[in-house]
Design a protein around this ligand. Sequence first.
Ligand code: FAD
Ligand code: NAP
Length: 242
Amino acid sequence: MSKWLEARVLENKHWTDALFSLRVEAPDVGFEAGQFARIALEENLARPFSFVNPPQDPVLEFYGIVVPEGPLSPRLAELRVGDRLLVATNPAGFLVLSEVPDADTLWLVSTGTGIAPFLSILRTEAPWRRFRNVVLVHAVRHARELVYRDLIRKISTEKTQLHTVTFVSREAAPGSLAGRIPAAMRDGRLETAAGVTIDQRAHVMLCGNPEMLKDATAALLERGLRKHRRRAPGHITVESFW
Ligand SMILES: Cc1cc2nc3c(=O)[nH]c(=O)nc-3n(C[C@H](O)[C@H](O)[C@H](O)COP(=O)(O)OP(=O)(O)OC[C@H]3O[C@@H](n4cnc5c(N)ncnc54)[C@H](O)[C@@H]3O)c2cc1C
Ligand SMILES: NC(=O)c1ccc[n+]([C@@H]2O[C@H](COP(=O)([O-])OP(=O)(O)OC[C@H]3O[C@@H](n4cnc5c(N)ncnc54)[C@H](OP(=O)(O)O)[C@@H]3O)[C@@H](O)[C@H]2O)c1
């Protein structure tokens, strides 16, 4: 049984009609960057959401998309300043750097809202202490869905280890690759764009659309990488959003 904390909405920023970021004031929940908490308006209708903020930041942030037929996300998108949000007190999840073995390059590969946990990880010290290169990959349907650009640009100017690659799949977008991540892993376009190779010295964290996770994992297995398990260290860690 979860226990619940009461949070208050400080801001609900709308990036597009469907994409929103909620910043909420809440008592300390305690989590590791990359983890998620269940959030709710009523206790019997809760959904996991990844923290966007780093653990040291007292304001919690969640990044969401409206699934029009979904029971919770359209209501979250409509929250206003001062409204109540419930946050479960037991954050969880294994998409965290404490579970990742040492590697030369850390790949953080996302579709859609799957970028959320990586934004939290990028704002901690661990990636810069542990990896020679960090590559953030974000794939979206339309260029307007390439969110958090200012934050990512700021981190890039401070951390020269960071390389970023974006994909826009449903319109032409200068500066972004076309198509999908797994195809670009196979034909070399992803490595060329990042300026870093994908080999057994890499660790790849994948988050977002379950079909992307499956297809990208298959592409990486073809390259000789292995799924990571605590008892059998490998190179691939995944978190599915649905
Ligand atoms: C570990 C974990 C972490 C998650 N973190 C986030 C997060 O940070 N931000 C976020 O927006 N969602 C996240 N989700 C998904 C989230 O929990 C909800 O499913 C989502 O907000 C939709 O809720 P709903 O009740 O409206 O619809 P649901 O009944 O939960 O989902 C209906 C359908 O919507 C689609 N869908 C669900 N989530 C998404 C999504 N994120 N992007 C595109 N399509 C989706 C799927 O087809 C799903 O079957 C996460 C899920 C898991 C398991
Ligand atoms: N309310 C609204 O106005 C509105 C607007 C948009 C979306 N939505 C909701 O949000 C959902 C979609 O969210 P989203 O756009 O973030 O998620 P998405 O469908 O997962 O798309 C994000 C990116 O992932 C790619 N992708 C999809 N399947 C893949 C696979 N098997 N391998 C590799 N890449 C893959 C997509 O490419 P492709 O383009 O090639 O598929 C796209 O570039 C919809 O189901 C809808 O309910 C709502």
